[in-house]
Design a binder for this molecule. Structure first.
Ligand SMILES: NC(=O)c1ccc[n+]([C@@H]2O[C@H](COP(=O)([O-])OP(=O)(O)OC[C@H]3O[C@@H](n4cnc5c(N)ncnc54)[C@H](OP(=O)(O)O)[C@@H]3O)[C@@H](O)[C@H]2O)c1
Length: 364
C-alpha cells in the first residue's frame, strides 16, 4: 500500500469512512506484542471549543510504542489506551473558535500517544501546521526521531565543524537523522552498527562505519581510534545501553560526554567507574519529552519543526521506510516492526490516506 500526496478525488464521500482506532488491551509479557492490541470503531462526537478533528494519513511504529506495549515506557496510560506517538494528519473539522486552520490543512499531532487511529480530536495547540506538499511518509516520522537527532547534536555539547560524534544503532531512524544533520553542520560521525549489511552508504564525506557487536569495548576503542586517527571524540550517542555503553564510553576522549537516549538492549548501562573518576567522563540520559517540558528550552523548540520540515522539502532529511500497512493490518505491522534487521520504518496508513477531504464532516 502506498501513502501519497496525491490530490483526492473530488467526489470523495467523507461519510463513508467509519473511523477506527487501535487500543492496547494488555501489556502482559506472556502475550506476543501483536496480540496486545485490538481494533475498535470510534464515534464522531461534537467538538468542544478549541478542538480540531483530524484524519490520520500515516503513522510510524517506533521503539517507544513497542516499549509502551510492554508496559516499560516513561509514560504508561491506563488500559485500554490508543498507542502511537507520531503521525501526519489532515484537518477535517474545527470548532467555531479555531480560525487559523481550515479543512484540508496538514498537521503534525503533538503530545500524548493516540495516533494509531483513523481520526483524532485534539486541542488546536497540540497541532503543528506543515505545508500541504510536504512528503506524507517523511512527515509521519518527523516528530520524534529527527527532533531527537537535532537536539542531541545541538544542545548536549558545543561542537565545531570537523568534530567527531560517535553513535551506535547508526542505521536506526535516529541514526540516519544524526548523520544527515551532522553532514549539514560539517560534523564527522563514526557510525556503529551490529551487522555489516547495515553499513550503507559506504564510508566517506566525514562518515565512517564500524561493525561492532557491542561486547568488546577495547576492540571498539581501537576501531574508533583508527577511524579518527586519534583525534578526540567528545560526544557519544547511545541508543542501546548494556555493554554497548561501555564500548562508547571507552572510545570517548577524556572529559567526553556519553548521552544515553535509548534502551534497545534492555540491559543496565555499564560504564567503568575508572573512566568516570580518572578520565572525567560524563554520562547523562536524554528523553525528548522531558526536554520539551523544560521551560528553559522553549525558545530553542520554536524553530525545530519548521527547520525539519524545510529539510524534508529540500530532500536533505530522509528516513527509510520498509513497509506500510493499512490500519486494519495493525497486528501484522506490529509483528514486522518488532523484527530485527529491518531496512527502515514500518508505517500504518489511516483511512484518510489517499482520500483526504472533499467536504466538511458533519459530526454524527
Ligand atoms: N530518548 C528519546 O527522546 C528518544 C526519541 C526517539 C528515539 N529514541 C530511541 O532511539 C532508538 C532508535 O529509535 P529508532 O526509531 O530510530 O529505531 P528504528 O529505526 O526502529 O531502528 C531500530 C534500530 O535498533 C537497532 N537495535 C535493536 N536492538 C539492538 C541491540 N540490542 N543492539 C544494537 N542495536 C539494536 C536495530 O539494528 P538492526 O537493524 O541490526 O536490527 C536498528 O538499527 C530507540 O531506542 C528509541 O527508543 C529515543
Amino acid at each position: 500500500m502506498t501513502v501519497s500526496n496525491a490530490t483526492p478525488p473530488a467526489n470523495t464521500d467523507t461519510d463513508t469512512i467509519a473511523p477506527r482506532r487501535v487500543e492496547v488491551v494488555s501489556t502482559h509479557s506472556d502475550l506476543p506484542i501483536a496480540s496486545r492490541v485490538r481494533l475498535t470503531s470510534i464515534p464522531r462526537t461534537p467538538l468542544k471549543p478549541g478542538q480540531v478533528r483530524i484524519g490520520m494519513l500515516a503513522m510510524a511504529i517506533n521503539p517507544a510504542d513497542l516499549l509502551q506495549l510492554e508496559g516499560s515506557y516513561g509514560t504508561q496510560p491506563a488500559l485500554p489506551f490508543v498507542p502511537g506517538h507520531e503521525g501526519v494528519a489532515v484537518v477535517l473539522e474545527c470548532a467555531p473558535d479555531v480560525s487559523d486552520l481550515v479543512w484540508g490543512d496538514r498537521v503534525l499531532p503533538m503530545g500524548p500517544a493516540g495516533c494509531w487511529a483513523d481520526e483524532r480530536v485534539m486541542s488546536r495547540r497540540q497541532l503543528v501546521s506543515i505545508p500541504a506538499g510536504a512528503d506524507v511518509q517523511q512527515c509521519a516520522m518527523l516528530t520524534a526521531n529527527p527532533a531527537t537527532a537535532s537536539v542531541l547534536l545541538s544542545h548536549m555539547r558545543a561542537l565545531q565543524p570537523g568534530d567527531w560524534v560517535l553513535q551506535n544503532a547508526a542505521n536506526s531512524a535516529v541514526g540516519q537523522c544524526v548523520r544527515q544533520i551532522a553532514q549539514q553542520r560539517g560534523l564527522r560521525v563514526i557510525n556503529v552498527v551490529r551487522r555489516s549489511a547495515a553499513t550503507t552508504p559506504p564510508s566517506g564525506n566525514g562518515m565512517v562505519w564500524v561493525v561492532d557487536a557491542g561486547d568488546d569495548a577495547q576492540s571498539l576503542r581501537d576501531k574508533v581510534s583508527a577511524a579518527t586517527g586519534g583525534t578526540p571524540v567528545q560526544l557519544a550517542l547511545d541508543a542501546v545501553g548494556g555493554s554497548a555503553s561501555q564500548g562508547l564510553a571507552q572510545a570517548l576522549s577524556d572529559g567526553g560526554l556519553l548521552v544515553v537516549y535509548g534502551l534497545l538492549s534492555g540491559q543496565p548501562c555499564t560504564v567503568p567507574a575508572h573512566d568516570l573518576v580518572f578520565r572525567g567522563l560524563q554520562v547523562r540520559g536524554f528523553w525528548l519529552a522531558s526536554w520539551f517540558a523544560d521551560t528553559g528550552n522553549r525558545q530553542k523548540t520554536r524553530s525545530l519543526y519548521p527547520d525539519l520540515v524545510t529539510m524534508v522539502q529540500a530532500g536533505t532529511l530522509r528516513m527509510a521506510v520498509e513497509a506500510v500497512y493499512p490500519l486494519e493490518q495493525v497486528h501484522d505491522a506490529l509483528a514486522h516492526a518488532a523484527r530485527p534487521m529491518r531496512s527502515g520504518k514500518i508505517l500504518l496508513a489511516g483511512a484518510w490516506a489517499g482520500r483526504e477531504v472533499a467536504r466538511p464532516l458533519s459530526a454524527a
